[in-house]
Design a protein. Sequence first.
Length: 507
Amino acid sequence: MTSTLRPADATEAVKRPGRWLALSVLVLAVLLVAVDATVLGLATPYISEDLRPSGTQLLWIGDVYSFVIAGLLVSMGSLGDRIGRKRILLCGATAFGALSVLNAYATTPELMILARALLGVAGATLMPATLALIRNIFHDARERSLAVGVWGATASAGTAVGPITGGFLLEHFWWGSVFLINLPVMAVLVLVGIRTLPESRNPRPGPWDLSSVLLSLTGMIALVYAVKEAATHGLGPTPLAAGLLGAAALYGFVHRQLTMPMPLLDMRLFRRRGFSGAVLADLLTVLGMSGLVFFLSQYLQLVQGRRPLEAGLAELPAAVGAVAAGLVAGRAARRLTVRTVVSGGLAAVGIALAVLTMLGRSTGYPVLGAALLVVGVGAGFSFTVTADVILSSVPRDQAGAASAVSETAYELGAALGIALLGSIVTGVYRGFEGPAGTPAEAHESLGAATQAAARMAPHQAEALLDAARTSFVHGLHLASAAGAVILLTASAVSWFLLRHQELETSG
């Protein structure tokens, strides 16, 4: 591939002092989002006990953040290209911290869902801005690969920091404290970022089209809602109507982008096979993994009886594997090939998910830990290389919009994964047969069954928990099997679409 910069610009950029300090600020933003996403799963049993959400409300608490962020990422990435990526990053980080307080002090399931949705609005400003700034700070291809690796490794480290820190807080404080840990990170990010981050924007941005924003938001939310409802309740009038609305809105969005002289998103980017292949690989990967991630903390705590901190530490191998793989992924992709690294990583994740279909209620930790390590390594290789491919495929002026497409695929995959695979777990779980006197709410979630058992006679409580845990694990088996099929499919698709794709070797 050819460079989008003049040689003099590239040399000047490489020698620019402070670029690695600027990167440290960007990875703080990534850490902010990653920690927030992981602590929610760990806190779910406590939220269930305190707010008493229904099974449907619990899924909404888990995925409404992804719904909103998926709908707004492209718009926010394009907005950053227009008003300045540094400006939107710092404003978004400030809002993210403030809304974390609202999440921490939510008193009803409805307020919690609203708080998570608003957090999604703020979160939509962060991830595209961080990747776009990396594209504009690091013009040397090898340095950029390392920077992207550090970026990805930090996101993975956040998946470890979140559960461990969250587990410690949950053992000593109330569940809202897990959201308040965002505040010091946000404060450092803003104060240091003001001084170290360079501003960058598209010099010929065109107007920020509100109609395109509304079409994108409506289309994404309606489409994901339709999938979620169809997976939970079957294909009825409501999900069908929502699906048609979402498809029509997204069609309108694409049509409008193709006819506008200065669109929010240049649809011609998708004509590049490397760009399209990397985006599709990210979407399928997250879709296949997210259901497992959402329910794994519940399995460790409510099925195996681990304390929150112990459950957080149990998930550590995935983060360790992802960090290690992310730091060497660029070098591996240049020595081998892009498609070998991406497809191989996804195949490894698929095989590890297949192994998890053999989990039992008393499965020893070595099996689970080894599987999680493989998941982390495979995902670390794949996500880092696909991010590098996406950034390398576009001019610097379009970095925000391109980064937003990458993150949209990630968040849309997360929302669809929780909706589809999460609905498999929930649907199977609800069918368990408890002892006489089992209250209806025990069928809503495993957390609700644990609370109900505490109010029953010992022999009834034991029978209820035995049936509920067995049913939950069976649902987890089916979700893991579905995830394995999706990941192996993603591996095959990546092998085809990323053919002849190479990472840049010079600035």
